[in-house]
Write a protein that binds this ligand. Structure first.
Ligand code: F6R
Length: 361
């Protein structure tokens, strides 16, 4: 039941400190500050191929960045409906990983079965632990989001990200890419995420002040670099799904290769800009947008310097370690779409034309 909340989506957004905590605890041990031993020998794997659809695909892309950065393990991510029909060339050292909330999405399941038939090792990161994918894959990597009722995925997404980031640490340890001190740092940083997510939930007040303007927009751009790039695409998907506003997520560095042509005073840009090595670059992209008259909303920590240029509104997010940032920044991006949809009066939990589980292709 929804309890004190207006919509299941709102309730599920607020459940994320718990669902992330539970999922992290499946893979990491806070007491020893170590990754739990993984069922798979990551040192013996040459490459990971993630297969997923929609929101799970974006979680997979965040996973890719982590597997490559923290474990030096090459990782590809592909939309399942393309993967299953294009005769992909995979080496026998590949671990195929399906990522899915329901574990029933037809294209993802077919991609997983195809990999299994090729003799590849298979794993499934799924939220429904009795699902078809859970049974089909050799290895079950559960997420612990609990039942997700809202059609637009929120807590299942952050649980997928939490699982993949944790597995990337385990892979880094197994492959000798991470020493004990670094392992402890990363594990502790991820266990900070539930508290930081709770803090991020308090961004609802400043975000509500923005939605009057956002609800009037026809198009919205989301920008980010590094893991904030897939998160920007997820933000755009969420806004499209529940508010029916056209939105695109772009890598901030791609802006000048095309999308900057869209910028005018009616097209808001929302930037996810945590304080990391890429902050300055994202900040200068925002100056470019503002200089062309585009309204900019910059989601960044309070400590981050102000980009020069008029028209940049700031929403303060908690400071987070880079490994935890995708979990923390997921929250403001969910709140933006939720409150925009509420402002527009759309059916948040049952958006038009969408089904929770896509079991036909
Ligand atoms: C978006 C959304 C969908 C699903 C996609 C995959 O909010 O919910 O894009 O993520 O249909 O579903 P699962 O994860 O069940 O395979």
């Amino acid at each position: 039941e929804k309890g004190e909340y207006r919509h299941f989506m709102e309730k599920e957004i607020h459940e994320q400190p718990d669902s992330v905590q539970h999922t992290l605890s499946e893979y990491l041990d806070l007491v020893t500050a170590k990754a739990k031993p993984a069922v798979v020998d990551f040192a013996a794997i040459e490459r990971i191929q993630i297969i997923a659809c929609g929101t799970a695909f974006y979680a997979g892309q965040i996973g890719k960045y982590a597997f490559e950065k923290y474990a030096g393990l090459p990782c590809d991510v592909e939309i399942a409906s393309e993967f299953r029909y294009r005769d992909p060339a995979l080496s026998q050292g590949t671990l195929a990983v399906a990522v899915s909330q329901s574990g029933e999405t037809a294209d993802t399941l077919a991609g997983l079965s195809w990999c299994k038939a090729q003799g590849l090792k298979t794993a499934a990161v799924v939220n429904v632990h009795t699902s078809s994918m859970a049974r089909e894959a050799e290895i079950l990597w559960p997420t612990h989001a609990g039942p997700e009722i809202g059609v637009a995925s929120t807590k299942a997404f952050t649980a997928q990200v939490a699982a993949l980031l944790s597995l990337a640490i385990a892979a880094g340890v197994a492959r000798g890419k991470i020493d004990e001190a670094r392992e402890a740092e990363l594990v502790k940083a991820l266990f900070e995420a539930p508290r930081l997510i709770s803090e991020a939930l308090r961004m609802d007040a400043p975000i509500r002040n923005l939605v009057q303007d956002l609800a009037k927009a026809r198009d919205v751009l989301f920008l980010g670099r590094g893991p904030m790039y897939p998160l920007a695409m997820e933000g755009a998907l969420k806004l499209k799904e529940i508010s029916y506003i056209h939105a695109e997520g772009y890598a901030a560095g791609e802006l000048k290769h095309g999308p900057i042509a869209l910028i005018d005073e009616y097209t808001p840009t929302i930037a996810l800009a945590p304080m990391d090595d890429l902050f300055e670059k994202t900040s200068s992209n925002l100056q470019e947008v503002a200089a062309r008259g585009g309204p900019v909303i910059m989601i960044a920590p309070e400590s981050a310097p102000d980009p020069h240029g008029a028209g940049i509104r700031r929403v303060h997010a908690p400071d987070a370690h880079p490994i935890a940032a995708p979990l923390v920044y997921a929250v403001p991006m969910q709140l933006v779409s939720y409150y925009t949809a509420v402002q527009k009066g759309t059916d948040v939990d049952q958006p038009r034309n969408l089904a929770k589980s896509v079991t036909v292709e």
